[in-house]
Design a protein. Structure first.
Lengths: 252, 252
DNA sequence: GAAAAATTCTAACATCCGCTAGAATTCCCC
DNA sequence: GGGGAATTCTAGCGGATGTTAGAATTTTTC
């Protein structure tokens, strides 16, 4: 929005590099573990993180390389040492995003006892999907929020991963129907897209201040599975429909 | 993407104005009805239409005034005769968008018999909302798709109208609960946001080629009201859960 | 601690963007 | 059909943007 780095006064070599800020502390030795790579691979991470957050907040076209650079504590030109272009940066953010959601959901479901019902698998999937979007989900939320803004060729390169994730859900829903837990008339494609819509839209309005994520996620799954109207699956006793139930509870 | 209007060859006055294309046919006399205004108010409309479509497709920051101008069959500078700035153009598109959805939903619901159940009112609202998004809905879909990309001050100026629409739904949901048609434990705020999410996300994927809008809209309401799992409200006979129901019907 | 490799910075280029001034053209009314 | 108003166009300004080249600096290696 504003000029962040005015040109150096002539004679001065460095015009106050943007808060060189605590040179990542480095630690004893990067141990070459999972992500604390060879050396200043750390910078790459910092740029990616900054890009994910900025893309998510300002959109793709609305984000400047300088925005990202400022957030990553370096200058715009330096980004090109780590990434070929703004497009590739976007591509990687999008890719990491779905990969994480996909992994989180799969992991959560595979951790369930093998004989659990398809419905419970779906419920777990919903909760995991939401969690990965809303809890430290800069990549995941960016991935869903700005996919539609990405250039065509980036979209198509990301598409295979997205398709795989969709297939995973398609499969789950079919199993639920095969088990007789989804009525035969229900259009599974539509149901799946509406489910994605309900879940993904939450990044537009969810406010972590407003309540515990656990409660939110549980209630969310309930609403998706049983709809706005229907009674919660468990008890199914008619009393819940008793007159006078119109008291406002904790509506936002 | 590419340079659409190369500078005029010196000596040539007009470098082929971009397909002056069938000067809107004009008709006998504008009759000064609802929207066929005084005179070249028509141009204003053309610009607005082009802006709605382009904003929706490319996002706000991703849209150039030249993009809009090309789609509206004039040059970028001419837009300023009708609108003060790109921001105001956006503002008007967003405003028209919610106004239309809001009006369509309200109209549909008010056309119902007065003694109809809250549930049926909600169902009608869902169908009307979807219809106004998906059928010739350049403004409506733009309004929901790019609101989050709009500059803060534009958002806040649009907010009152959006809030009014949200209140309308809040009211309907409360009445449904008061009538005992929504269980007391259901969080109405969450339900409403999930509903909006499911509906609004449809502009990201709905393909009019894939089937009649009427069928789509009906099935959509059913899914939102009763969830993915529950049986369709009408019959409620258990047979629908019969074994072997896992045949794929018309999944996308 | 010096040489080599890796990383970051500066400065600039070419392009495009939103926007404006003023000339050119078109429209409309009498 | 002539004249004044309405509308559109051209041309360009100032600034921002993605990107690049090469110098400067830091880090690593011996």
């Amino acid at each position: 929005m504003s000029a962040d780095h005015p040109p150096a006064a002539p004679g001065t070599r460095f015009p106050a590099p943007p808060e060189r800020a605590a040179r990542p502390a480095a630690g004893p030795a990067p141990a070459n573990g999972a992500d604390a790579g060879p050396k200043s691979e750390r910078t790459r991470q910092r740029i990616l993180d900054a890009a994910a957050r900025t893309f998510r907040d300002k959109g793709y076209a609305g984000t400047t390389l300088n925005d990202i650079a400022v957030a990553a504590l370096l200058r715009a030109g330096s980004i090109y040492y780590h990434f070929d272009s703004k497009e590739r940066l976007l591509e990687e953010v999008l890719d990491i995003g779905i990969a994480r959601v996909s992994a989180a959901v799969q992991r959560a479901i595979e951790a369930l006892p093998p004989d659990i019902s398809p419905t419970e698998r779906i419920r777990t999937g919903i909760e995991a999907h939401l969690r990965s979007l809303l809890y430290h989900g800069e990549y995941t939320s960016a991935s869903f929020r700005i996919f539609g803004q990405a250039p065509r060729d980036v979209q198509s390169r990301i598409l295979s991963r997205r398709r795989a994730y969709a297939d995973y859900w398609r499969h789950m829903l079919r199993e639920a129907r095969a088990a007789g837990e989804i009525p035969a008339e229900r259009d599974l494609g539509l149901a799946r897209m509406f489910l994605f819509g309900a879940l993904n839209w939450s990044v537009e309005w969810y406010d972590p201040e407003k309540g515990a994520l656990d409660d939110f996620v549980r209630e969310a799954a309930e609403t998706c599975l049983h709809g706005i109207l229907a009674p919660p699956g468990a008890g199914a006793d008619g009393e819940r429909y008793a007159e006078g139930a119109g008291v406002v509870r904790r509506e936002r």
